[in-house]
Design a protein around this ligand. Structure first.
Ligand code: CP
Ligand code: NVA
Length: 310
């Protein structure tokens, strides 16, 4: 059987996604369930900062009975020009899976092609599929189901937005995305997500009007206005994105029991008002916790074929 990678949410079929979420629920129900990795080593390479992804992967591998091996990209020979393909070939002789946080999606694709072990995208400029798994688990926990859920995303059409489009479409959700002009998700992602949604009964809607997207939403979602690598644009973006803040008015426009999500880290007073982030509708810390459970299920699935605890 050929190896599977998880570079994008679009690498998995809706039924596989559902099985990973079911496994994540079981891992969550029994945090002490161990053993699915049976001593396997997982390399965790980070070329950008991380709190949640790095710590949750490290703890996940440890709790599954594996050995997490965190590596800073700059400290590998990669930082001195060794190719991704050679790095992948070598690491494949030592470890059983590679998790990479990087800039270009192409780097993940090259790593996956060059090696013989599963490669997991821990965030690139293009996508953040592991985040989307936790988002889906959190929504399903809160709402009881995913199909038909109306999710409104306000802000930057970035990596998190791209993965949410794929994830929502795969699970038959209605995703409405409001971004400023010039900050839309990339057209290929929108086209592909719309195609998937057409088959699952979901939908994808793009707008520049945050009020249109937020109206009657079951879930409100936002992310930082300046992603890692875009810090220089922070000032300019703060002005452009101001109308897209997830504010108390946005919450009032949504469904009465709306769930508020943010992948974190958050900037209170920018993309999300402090009273919304810390308010009764917010599930952001459950969402952060679910990174652990979904990544356990994902690693188990990639390495053993089953997402369940042993
Ligand atoms: N949401 C997320 O990926 O957070 P980190 O950057 O802290 O890993
Ligand atoms: N869009 C953000 C997500 C951080 C988890 C970034 O790429 O910085």
């Amino acid at each position: 059987m050929s190896k599977r990678d998880f570079l994008s949410v679009d690498d998995v079929e809706p039924a596989e996604l559902a099985a990973i979420l079911d496994g994540a629920d079981r891992h969550k129900a029994d945090r002490r369930a161990r053993g699915t990795l049976g001593g396997r080593t997982v390399a965790l390479i980070f070329e950008k900062p991380s709190t949640r992804t790095r710590v949750s992967f490290e703890v996940a591998v440890h709790e599954l009975g594996g050995y997490p091996l965190p590596l800073a990209g700059a400290e590998l020979q990669l930082g001195r020009g060794e190719t991704l393909e050679d790095t992948a070939a070598v690491l494949s002789r030592y470890v059983h899976a590679i998790v990479l946080r990087t800039f270009a999606q192409e780097s993940l694709e090259r790593l996956a092609r060059g090696g013989t072990v599963p490669v997991v995208n821990a965030l690139s400029d293009y996508s953040h599929p592991c985040q989307a798994l936790a988002d889906l688990q959190t929504i399903r926990e809160g709402k009881g189901h995913l199909a038909g859920i109306r999710l409104a995303y306000l802000g930057d059409g970035n990596n998190v937005a791209h993965s949410l489009l794929f994830a929502g479409a795969k699970m038959g959700m209605h995703v409405a995305m409001a971004t400023p002009v010039g900050y839309e998700p990339i057209p290929q992602v929108v086209r592909r997500a719309s195609e998937i949604a057409a088959a699952t009964g979901g939908s994808v809607e793009l707008t520049h009007d945050p009020a249109t997207a937020a109206k009657d939403a079951d879930v409100l979602y936002t992310d930082v206005w300046a992603s890692m690598g875009k810090e220089m644009e922070h000032g300019e973006r703060a002005l452009i994105f101001k109308p897209y803040q997830l504010s108390t008015d946005t919450v009032m426009a949504a469904a009465p029991d709306v769930m508020v999500l943010h992948c974190l880290p958050a900037h209170r007073g920018e993309e999300i008002a402090a009273e919304v982030m810390d308010g009764p509708n917010s599930a952001v810390f459950d969402q952060a916790e679910n990174r652990l459970h979904t990544q356990k299920a994902l690693l188990s699935w990639l390495l053993t074929g089953s997402s369940d605890p042993s």
